[in-house]
Design a protein around this ligand. Structure first.
Ligand SMILES: [Mg+2]
Length: 194
């Protein structure tokens, strides 16, 4: 196991679950340019367009949540952390109800209390570190007592900005954002051996 820290904060999509989000397709469904940031683009659209985009995004998110599958080794990994008395938390750019549905479909709901899920409406989205601070304050911990685990640069940047340890999951083993990570692993089986 990696070094012991009492709080483990996980990104959800592509970290706890297998990556199914095709962000290029989502952008095209929303009528956005290929490189446009999805949430920021919606926030800055006209009210009428924003409403339509939010509706379509919600449909897409429900479809994706219904297909959620657990990442390799995650069930065993979370069970070990929980047995050892660690706090498990989620920081996601998703919505709360979508996060709960995704966890249910992936068979991981038993590991996370509802209040241990910080969604995009509770804190500014990653890479902003505020969601990590929310979890730390909730539990009365300092950043050095937490890991942020994720599959994308925003997760790792948020972790670094908060002063937490960062664990980078990339099943391809390419790790393009490795300079932001304290630990890199292809999957949770590999992380358990770390
Ligand atoms: Mg992710």
């Amino acid at each position: 196991m990696p070094p012991d820290r009492p709080l483990w904060i996980f990104d959800m999509d592509g970290t706890l679950t297998e990556a199914v989000h095709d962000f290029g397709w989502i952008r095209s469904e929303l009528g956005l340019a290929a490189d446009a940031p999805i949430l920021d683009s919606i926030a800055s659209a006209s009210q009428e367009r924003r409403t339509a985009m939010n509706r379509r995004l919600h449909e897409i998110e429900l479809e994706l949540a219904a297909q959620a599958r657990p990442a390799a080794g995650i069930h065993e990994f979370l069970a070990l952390l929980k047995q050892a008395g660690h706090s498990l938390a989620i920081l996601t750019r998703n919505k709360h109800e979508i996060a709960l549905l995704t966890l249910q479909k992936a068979g991981l709901a038993e590991f996370f209390e509802s209040e241990a899920i910080v969604d995009r409406e509770m804190a500014p989205p990653k890479p902003d570190p505020e969601g990590i601070r929310f979890h730390l304050n909730r539990l009365g911990l300092n950043p050095g007592q937490a890991f942020m685990v994720g599959d994308y640069r925003y997760d790792l940047e948020a972790g670094r900005a908060a002063g937490a340890g960062t664990i980078y999951m990339d099943p391809t083993g390419a790790f393009p954002f490795r300079e932001l990570a304290d630990i890199c692993a292809r999957d949770f089986l590999e992380l358990m051996e770390h």
